[in-house]
Design a protein around this ligand. Structure first.
Ligand SMILES: NC(=O)c1ccc[n+]([C@@H]2O[C@H](COP(=O)([O-])OP(=O)(O)OC[C@H]3O[C@@H](n4cnc5c(N)ncnc54)[C@H](O)[C@@H]3O)[C@@H](O)[C@H]2O)c1
Length: 243
C-alpha cells in the first residue's frame, strides 16, 4: 500500500543519515520528495539515486531567506506541501563548562531556529490545504539529562516544547505536529562521540545501536494518515535506553 500516495514531502538534512533513509522510504511509499541540505554533493547524489520522485535543493535551515526560496520553489511546481520533516541537525559533545557562546549559537541556529523557521514557513501552505504533518527530530537528549551535550540537549528540549505549542495552535487547521526521539543511531553524527561501535552498542539495553531505517519507519507512520489522531507528542526510537 502506498501510504504517501500523491503527497509532497520536504525533508531537511536529507543528504545522508536519517534524512536520506526517510527520503528513500517516502519515495517507495509514493511521495514526491524534496530533500534539502548544506551538503550539495551528497544531496545531489541521494536525489539522483532515488530518481524522478526526489529532488535536491540547497538550503541552510538557519537561513530565513533560504526557507522562503525552498517553500516558493516547491509550491511553484506542486502547489502544496503535505509533509515537513525537520531532520537537519548538528551535535557537539561538550558539557556546560566547555561550551563557548559560539558553539551554543551554532547549535541553536541549526537545531532550534531551523525548526522554528521550517514550521513557520510551511504552516500557511498547509493551512490552505486544510491538512499537513510536521515531524521534528528531537532526541532522547530532549527527554532526559545529557550531561556531556549541554547545548545539544537544550535545543532538543526546545524542539519538544515547540512541537507541542505548534500542535495545539495548528490542530484546528488539520495540521499535526509530532517529535521523534532517537537514541543512539548508527550515523556519521555519532563520530562526534569518538567511541567505538562496541562501546556504543553496549550502552543500549537492546545491545545495539538503532539503524536509520528504524527511525525512518516511525517518521513514515507520523507522516501518513495512519497517524491521523496523533499530534503534539513524543515518539521514541531508542532500544529501551530511556525506559
Ligand atoms: N544519530 C543519532 O544517534 C541521533 C540521535 C538522536 C537524534 N538525532 C537527530 O536526528 C537528526 C538526523 O541526524 P543524523 O544522525 O542523520 O545526522 P547526520 O550528521 O548523519 O546528518 C545530518 C544532516 O544534516 C545536514 N545539516 C547540518 N547542518 C545543516 C544546515 N544548517 N542546514 C541544512 N542541513 C544541515 C548535514 O549536512 C547532514 O546531511 C538530527 O536532528 C539529529 O540531531 C540523531
Amino acid at each position: 500500500m502506498n501510504r504517501l500516495d500523491r503527497k509532497v514531502a520536504l525533508i531537511t538534512g536529507g543528504a545522508r543519515g536519517m534524512g536520506a533513509a526517510e527520503a528513500s522510504l517516502f519515495v517507495s511509499a509514493g511521495a514526491q520528495v524534496f530533500i534539502t541540505d548544506v551538503d550539495e554533493a551528497e544531496g545531489i547524489e541521494v536525489a539522483s539515486r532515488l530518481g524522478e520522485a526526489c529532488e535536491f535543493i540547497r538550503q541552510d535551515v538557519a537561513s530565513e531567506t533560504d526557507w522562503s526560496r525552498v517553500v516558493e520553489s516547491v509550491t511553484r511546481h506542486h502547489g502544496r506541501i503535505d509533509v515537513l520533516v525537520n531532520n537537519a541537525g548538528i551535535f557537539r559533545l561538550l558539557g556546560l563548562g566547555d561550551t563557548s557562546l559560539e558553539v551554543w549559537d551554532q547549535l541553536v541556529a541549526v537545531n532550534q531556529t531551523g525548526v522554528f523557521l521550517g514550521m513557520r514557513s510551511v504552516a500557511p501552505v498547509m493551512k490552505k490545504n486544510g491538512a499537513g504533518s510536521i515531524i521534528n527530530l528531537s532526541s532522547i537528549a530532549g527527554l532526559a539529562a545529557a550531561p556531556r551535550a549541554h547545548a545539544y540537549s537544550a535545543t532538543k528540549w526546545a524542539v519538544r516544547g515547540m512541537t507541542k505549542s505548534a500542535a495545539a495552535e495548528l490542530a484546528p487547521f488539520g495540521i499535526r505536529v509530532n517529535s521523534v526521539h532517537p537514541g543512539l543511531i548508527d550515523t556519521r553524527m555519532m563520530d562526534e562521540i569518538g567511541s567505538t561501535p562496541e562501546k556504543l552498542d553496549a550502552r543500549v539495553p537492546m545491545g545495539r545501536r538503532g539503524n536509520v531505517d528504524e527511525v525512518a519507519r516511525m517518521v513514515l507512520f507520523l507522516a501518513s494518515d495512519d497517524a491521523s489522531h496523533c499530534s503534539g507528542h513524543e515518539f521514541v526510537v531508542d532500544g529501551a535506553m530511556k525506559a
